[in-house]
Design a protein around this ligand. Structure first.
Ligand SMILES: [Cu+2]
Length: 153
């Protein structure tokens, strides 16, 4: 009986180790990405995968990009940067203007909440940063904060 207990404990610990390992390495996330059609879907998913996502699926109705990625390989930030670079606005990054302009007409989606000062290539939307304007240097290096066009005083 005692050996059985030891085996059970051993088996359990192996499962626990595997489980925690899997939990820390692969992350699933849903990111907001603006776009229009099936062509956008291809470009967005390709960009996400090029940035290291093992799974990427964008839904044109919900504008949601579901991704899975290994945390030691990439991050939600890197994936969004790649998507923004290909011409699509994401929840945290603004699309590259040149890439956006090069998109086919059908793909020229309506851009959400983008002001002229945000249109620096791939810049983070600092105005959405909760710390923006409240803490000194919180938005250092973010051009729209530098010229105080978006910060609440
Ligand atoms: Cu499109």
């Amino acid at each position: 009986m005692k050996t059985l207990n030891i085996y059970a404990a051993l088996l359990f610990s192996i499962f626990a180790i595997n489980f925690s390992f899997a939990q820390t390495t692969v992350k699933k996330e849903t990111l907001q990405v603006w776009g229009n059609c099936g062509m956008c879907k291809k470009v967005i998913e390709k960009a996400a995968k090029s940035a290291g996502a093992s799974f990427a699926s964008w839904n044109e109705d919900s504008k949601e990009l579901k991704v899975s990625y290994a945390v030691n390989k990439t991050s939600a930030e890197k994936i969004q940067q790649a998507v923004a670079k290909s011409g699509y606005d994401t929840q945290d990054f603004v699309a590259n203007e040149l890439a956006y302009n090069k998109l086919p007409g059908c793909c020229h989606y309506e851009r959400k909440g983008i002001t002229k000062v945000d249109l620096n290539m791939g810049s983070k939307k600092c105005c959405d940063n909760a710390k923006c304007g409240k803490e000194a240097d919180a938005c250092k290096g973010m051009s729209c904060c530098k010229d105080k066009t978006c910060c609440k005083s």
